[in-house]
Design a protein around this ligand. Structure first.
Ligand SMILES: [Cu+2]
Length: 655
């Protein structure tokens, strides 16, 4: 799928410059963009991501699933919201950044795999960019609205959103408010999964102002609050998870003889997260565990005009992130204990990325990109430093770490139908806050308390990918294979000299570097248009992950595939999908993995668009897991089963 380097929505609607930008298409092999439309607006963000090639999600309940790209996870992948860096405030990964947006406030989600695929980060395992809906301009002033609702049978819950969009020649405004509330879900066969409920509200606003024919100023605001969120796979729930995001963006089009476009942004976001164990029975000891994450960032991006066969782009970036997490324990009949689980950690990062797109001739294309990031992390308080000193680390000076990544993407158009490509990348990743400074972070999957290691080394990966795509009048298909060799792969190692803090934990693990790990696999897709109204789509994906000693890497999905038949006639549409996952018996018991059985799911949807005078109404009846199969996804923690049959009724009214 094609993606624009700078989103087309950035442009004034009546701009004469529009056509110039629409031709800047990235190569198919690098970025996969999923557009959000009325057809998928009620699918949670995480489920949408799961539908992109090579993606998976880790579930700890029915909320805030954790995205994975080709089995890379956590800080191995880079997740941004409108180009803004954000970092969760939970030490236990209860709040991946994707949990602070809503499908209905997104324009699209872009996914890229492996290191340095999109210039804007040096993440080892790829990037996920969530692009917010934004205001635009129109020669004729117009105001429009959208109201949507969805009612779900399984959770006895609902989603509701309203949008307002005003456009005129000079400025535009986009506003959205959404809310959702879901009860416990029921697995196949009717078993209730306790503590899987959630509530959430989200408000998004975007204001765009046309400073001149060539210049646009945009201001973004997002506020998101989740309440009473259950995590059945974890020993605790969440009382409050709250994010406030503000950003301003200046764009300059057709800037000069050599520069085609440049853009600058400054932003700030703050996240507050508070865990809650008061709803659980038999809690051995009550604990209070709040967390904070505050990020300030700024960047400058630019792209040149076509310079002969070359086009250059670059990005200069700086961000700063502060994180603190507390734990207060209240043992019965004893005085309370207070500690920091993220001991006041400040991280600074400055980065420079450059990219060259070279059309060697009509058949050969070469994209080269490189990025360097300088990280500096330190603990801001004496009290925080004392935590790591307990284990003999001297953390007064902070940690400086340069991170380098480089990628070559070569493609060859063999003939009209067939395109072949190959990528070669070298990528590095700086250890994250938990891996460097974490202090007794409980991991419910393997049952160990984790301790950071300020002396841990960065991960370094060599990545090779090879693939082709072939398209005919009615059929197109593609196949990609990859092999990644990750040196210094970071994983926990049991240290029996340290006692666990969490009651009932199996012990303590300290983050260490494996000599290396290997991740390899493939993705394949096929589309077939049988006739005007019928299409078939199929996908398959597989990853094989192994440690240097031959043990399987934990949390690796088995072979998965989907087959979808879609039908469309006049205002009616329907689709049916079969989803398969193989059994996974290649597991790592050391890290809490258990074998998982194969499963097959059946999903279906039927809908109609109604034109009622000036109003447009869309109604839909959707069913997932129609056979009410009891199953567990290999990536769901704590042996919790996934959702059974769920029937939703969706309606969207355009005003
Ligand atoms: Cu949490």
């Amino acid at each position: 799928m094609a993606n624009l380097t700078f989103s087309q929505s950035l442009l004034p609607a009546d701009s004469i410059y529009m056509s110039g930008l629409l031709t800047q298409i990235e190569l198919l092999s690098l970025i996969d963009t999923l557009e959000v439309s009325e057809n998928n607006v009620f699918i949670p963000i995480e489920r949408l991501i799961q539908r992109t090639e090579g993606a998976n999600i880790i579930s700890r309940g029915n909320f805030a699933q954790d995205p994975m790209l080709r089995s890379y996870k956590n800080s191995q992948i880079n997740v941004t919201l409108n180009g803004m860096r954000m970092f969760g405030a939970c030490t236990d990964r209860m709040d991946p950044i994707t949990s602070y947006a809503e499908t209905s406030n997104l324009e699209s989600i872009s996914v890229s795999h492996s290191g340095n695929a999109d210039l804007s980060s040096s993440a080892l395992g790829g990037s996920l960019s969530m692009n917010l809906k934004e205001a635009s301009f129109s020669g004729n002033p117009k105001t429009s609205g959208l109201v949507g609702t969805s009612i779900a049978s399984n959770t006895n819950g609902y989603n509701l959103f309203g949008q307002l969009n005003h456009q005129n020649k000079k400025w535009g405004l986009f506003l959205q408010v959404s809310t959702k509330e879901h009860g416990n879900y029921y697995a196949g066969g009717g078993k209730e999964v306790l503590y899987s409920q959630y509530r959430k509200i989200n408000t998004t606003a975007n204001f765009a102002y046309q400073l001149s024919k060539k210049e646009v100023l945009k201001v973004n605001f997002l506020y998101d609050k989740a309440l009473d969120v259950g995590y059945p796979a974890l020993p605790m729930d969440v009382g409050i998870a709250e994010a406030t995001v503000i950003g301003a963006n200046y764009q300059n089009f057709h800037s000069g003889k050599y520069i085609n476009h440049w853009e600058a942004m400054v932003y700030y976001n703050t996240i507050y997260h508070e865990m809650d164990d008061t709803k659980r029975p038999d809690v051995p000891m009550h604990m209070n565990m709040p967390g904070w994450s505050k990020t300030f960032g700024t960047w400058l991006k630019s792209e040149t005009q076509q310079l002969g066969n070359h086009k250059l782009s670059g990005m200069l970036e700086y961000f700063q992130n502060f994180r603190r997490a507390e734990m207060t324990m209240y043992p019965e009949n004893e005085i309370e204990m207070f500690m920091l689980t993220w001991p006041d950690v400040m991280r600074n990062s400055g980065g420079l990325g450059l990219k060259d797109t070279w059309e060697i001739n009509s058949r050969w294309n070469l994209n080269s990109s490189a990025r360097i990031d300088l990280f500096y992390s330190y603990i801001t308080t004496d009290f925080g430093q004392k935590h790591l000193e307990v284990f003999g680390y001297d953390v007064e000076d902070g940690i400086f770490e340069p991170i380098f990544s480089w990628k070559e993407n070569l493609s060859y158009q063999l003939n009209e139908n067939l395109k072949i490509f190959t990528n070669l990348a070298y990528a590095e990743r700086s250890p994250d806050v938990s891996e460097q400074y974490g202090f007794f972070l409980f991991n419910a999957h393997d049952g160990y308390d984790y301790i950071g290691n300020p002396e841990i080394l960065k991960e370094k990966a060599w990545q090779v990918e090879l693939g082709f795509s072939q398209s005919f009048q009615k059929i197109d298909w593609s196949l990609k294979g990859y092999f990644h060799h990750v040196n210094n792969y970071i994983l926990g190692r049991t240290d029996s000299a340290i006692d666990a803090m969490t009651i009932g934990a199996n012990g303590v693990r300290v983050y260490t570097n494996l000599p290396y790990a290997i991740l390899s696999g493939f993705e394949s897709s096929l589309n077939y248009s049988i006739n005007k109204s019928l299409t078939i789509a199929a996908t398959a994906q597989y990853t094989y992950g192994t440690e240097s000693n031959g043990e399987p890497l934990p949390l690796i999905s088995p072979l998965q595939s989907r087959l979808q038949l879609s039908w469309k006639k006049k205002s009616w549409y329907a689709d049916t999908e079969v989803q398969w996952a193989n059994a996974q018996n290649r597991v790592n018991n050391n890290f809490g993995d258990l074998p998982t059985s194969a499963y097959t799911l059946l999903n279906s949807k039927i809908g109609k668009d109604w034109q009622l005078g000036k109003l447009n109404l869309k109604t839909e009846l959707q069913g997932t897991n129609l056979l009410d199969h009891y199953y567990r996804n290999h990536l769901s923690w704590g042996q919790i089963p996934q959702m059974g049959r769920n029937i939703t009724i969706n309606a969207i009214l355009k005003l």
